[in-house]
Design a protein around this ligand. Sequence first.
Ligand SMILES: Nc1ncnc2c1ncn2[C@@H]1O[C@H](COP(=O)(O)OP(=O)(O)OP(=O)(O)O)[C@@H](O)[C@H]1O
Ligand SMILES: [Mg+2]
Length: 367
Amino acid sequence: MQNIFCFSKEATDVAFTDRRKEIERIKQHIRNSIHFFVVSPRRMGKTWLLTKVSEEVEKEGIDTMWIDISSIATIRALAKEIVKGVFLIAKKNFSFENPVNFLKMLPVEITQNINMSISIKGVSVDVRDENVTDTIIGTLKTLDSFRNRSLVVFDEFQDIATAYPEFLNALRSVAQHSKHISYAFMGSKRTMMEEIFSNPKSIMYHMGAKIVLGPIPEEEMRLLIRRGFSVARIEYEEEAVDEIVKVTEGLPYYAQYLGYYVLLRENKKITKETVKETINVIIDEDSADFDMKLSMKGWKYIRPILSYISHNGSSKGIYASIENVNKGTISYYLNFLEKEEILYKDKEYYKMTNPFFRIYIRRKLIL
Ligand SMILES: Nc1ncnc2c1ncn2[C@@H]1O[C@H](COP(=O)(O)OP(=O)(O)OP(=O)(O)O)[C@@H](O)[C@H]1O
Ligand SMILES: [Mg+2]
C-alpha cells in the first residue's frame, strides 16, 4: 500500500495542499525583489511552502539559496554556508567548476578571508574568523551583481538576529541596497520575529512584507486526505475524512500524521471508528509528555487556561470566564504557553498547537 502522508522536513508534491494564495503573493514579492518575512508557529508549513515557491520560481530563472540558521553554530559557519551557496549559483550561471573563477568575482579585500577547494565530495569552504561580517556582506553583494534574480531564504532567522546584532546591521544595509535579491526571513517565534520586523526601534523595522501562515482551509485539507486514501487504493467512509479534518483543525503536520497512522492501522475500509482508534493510540503514546506539561510550574493557572481553550477551541472569552485569576496573570501565562509552543496565536486568539493534546485535556481535566 502506498502511503503518501508525510511529516518529514522534505516536501513532497503529492502530499502538498495548494496554499495557492500564499504562493502567488510570495512569487510577486520575489519577482519584484521585495523582501518578506514569514511567521507561523512550528510545523505550520513554512519550509514546505518556501520549497514549493523556490521550485516554481526556478522555472522563471530565479535561483534560491537556502540558509537554515537552526543548523548553524557560529557566525563563521554561516559565512561558510553563504560563500558556498553563492558559489553554487555562480557556477550554474557562469558555467565554471573551479572555485578560482568564483574568487575572482568577489571583492579583493575579502578573497584573502576565504579558502576553497574542490574534491569528489564537492566544494569545501573555509573562512577566517577575522572580518567575518565583511566576508558575508561582500559575498551577498556579489550575488546581487549577477544579472539573474535570486531568492535568499533564512530559515529560523530569529536565532541569529538576537545573537549577532552586528550581523543584523550589516545585513540590513546589504538588503536595503540590493537590486536582484529577494530576502525571505522565516521564523517560528512570533514575538521575536515581530520584535525584529515590527518594532520601530529595531534595525530591521519594516524591512519586508509580512506573511502570516495560518491553518490550511478545510476544503483543501479534505482533498489531501481523500487523495491519500485514493492513492493507497483503500475504501473509506466520508465520515472518516470529516473526522480527520475536524480533529486536526487545519494543522498540516497533524493531518499528515493522523492520515499516515490511519493507513497503517487499516487495510480494508477506513471508517470513523478507525480514525478514533488511531487517535486513542497516539494519545496513549504521548500521555506521559502531556502529563508532564500539565504539571509544569504554574500549573494552578496553566490547567484552567488550557482546559478553557481545549473545551472552547480558542481563548476567546477567557478573561471573563476564569474566576479568581486576574487578567495580568492570565495574559502572562498565555504568553508563556505560546513560548513553550503549547499555544499559538491565530489572528487575535490563542489555540492549541497539538490537537491530540487538546483531546487529551478535554477528556482528562475536570473544571
Ligand atoms: N502545504 C502543505 N500541504 C500538506 N502538508 C503540509 C503542507 N505544509 C506543511 N505540511 C505538513 O506539515 C509538516 C510541517 O511543515 P514544515 O516543516 O514546512 O513546517 P515549518 O513551519 O517549517 O515548521 P518548523 O517551524 O518546525 O520548521 C510537513 O512535514 C508536512 O507534513
Ligand atoms: Mg521549517
